[in-house]
Design a protein around this ligand. Structure first.
Ligand SMILES: NC(=O)c1ccc[n+]([C@@H]2O[C@H](COP(=O)([O-])OP(=O)(O)OC[C@H]3O[C@@H](n4cnc5c(N)ncnc54)[C@H](OP(=O)(O)O)[C@@H]3O)[C@@H](O)[C@H]2O)c1
Length: 250
């Protein structure tokens, strides 16, 4: 299948490693011109890279300016960033929420709103947010991830209906457990005080996945690339799991 991405421009946030990098590589392999964003360098697709910290409230404006300086306007926008720290609902404070809101919500909103008018005027565009299966089954001890992603998801669903008639799709991709640095550090955090080693937490995690293994970042990247392509032009307002069957519900 030709995904018809030749000549399309993609802006991928959080793309120096992990899921964002895998998406950028896959989009690049399929012919898209890829602009990546992260705090550190990225080898993904090796095209244009913008260094920015999405925790910094001035980052979205700097990214928009850098994209315009390249003379580009993204057809594809992948909303992604670093995951939040662990924490219980009973003890996570408003300040803890405020500390992750910039990169997990505000920056994503600002960048989408900046590039959306061009997409709508062209009559096509793809917005894809990397969320988590915690949208369906909240994960114990990860209240920041559970709650902030629920807010982003609801905003995406509302937006999807607003822009569908202009040919712009808005979808969410929900990773289960994909082998990245983030997952390794989560397993270490979960092991602390549990009486288990990080390795034992990892083994238990794998056992909960019907596929019997963690996902590979490339598997996630390829699904993202299809959803962010003209071949998925009638798929919008959806949240799609990439979890090896782990989530118990449809
Ligand atoms: N992996 C999984 O199984 C899984 C499951 C559910 C949800 N998720 C979520 O999916 C997202 C991506 O996960 P991942 O596993 O790919 O994580 P990762 O391996 O830690 O990669 C995160 C990416 O985001 C960038 N980043 C982090 N903080 C940033 C900031 N303040 N500004 C700009 N870029 C920033 C990182 O680059 P720099 O450090 O260079 O900035 C890196 O490129 C996260 O929100 C994570 O919680 C992942």
């Amino acid at each position: 299948m030709d995904l018809q991405l030749d000549g399309k421009t993609a802006l991928v946030l959080g793309a120096s490693k992990g899921l964002g990098r895998a998406i950028a590589v896959s989009l690049g392999d399929e012919g898209a011109r890829v602009i990546t964003v992260a705090r550190s360098a990225s080898d993904a697709a090796g095209r244009h890279h913008i260094i920015a910290d999405l925790d910094d409230p001035t980052a979205p404006q700097a990214i928009i300016a850098a994209v315009h300086e390249l003379g580009l306007s993204p057809d594809i926008l992948v909303l992604n960033s670093g995951g939040p720290p662990t924490g219980a609902a009973a003890t996570t404070t408003p300040a803890d929420f405020a500390a992750v809101f910039g990169r997990m919500f505000n920056a994503q909103l600002a960048l989408t709103q900046a590039f959306l008018p061009d997409m709508r005027a062209r009559g096509f565009g793809w917005v894809l947010a990397v969320a988590s299966t915690s949208l369906i089954t909240p994960i114990p001890g990860l209240v920041l991830s559970n709650a902030v992603r629920a807010m982003l998801a609801s905003w995406c669903k509302t937006l999807a209906a607003e822009v569908a008639a202009d040919g712009v799709t808005v979808n969410l991709l929900l990773p289960g457990q994909i082998a990245t640095d983030r997952l390794t550090s989560l397993h270490s955090a979960m092991a602390q005080g549990s009486g288990m080693t990080a390795e034992q937490v990892g083994t238990r995690a794998k056992a909960a996945i019907p596929a019997g293994r963690l996902g590979r970042p490339e598997e996630f990247g390829d699904m993202a690339t299809f959803l962010a392509s003209p071949r998925a032009s009638f798929v919008t307002g959806c949240a799609i799991k990439v979890d090896g069957g782990q989530t118990a519900t449809l």
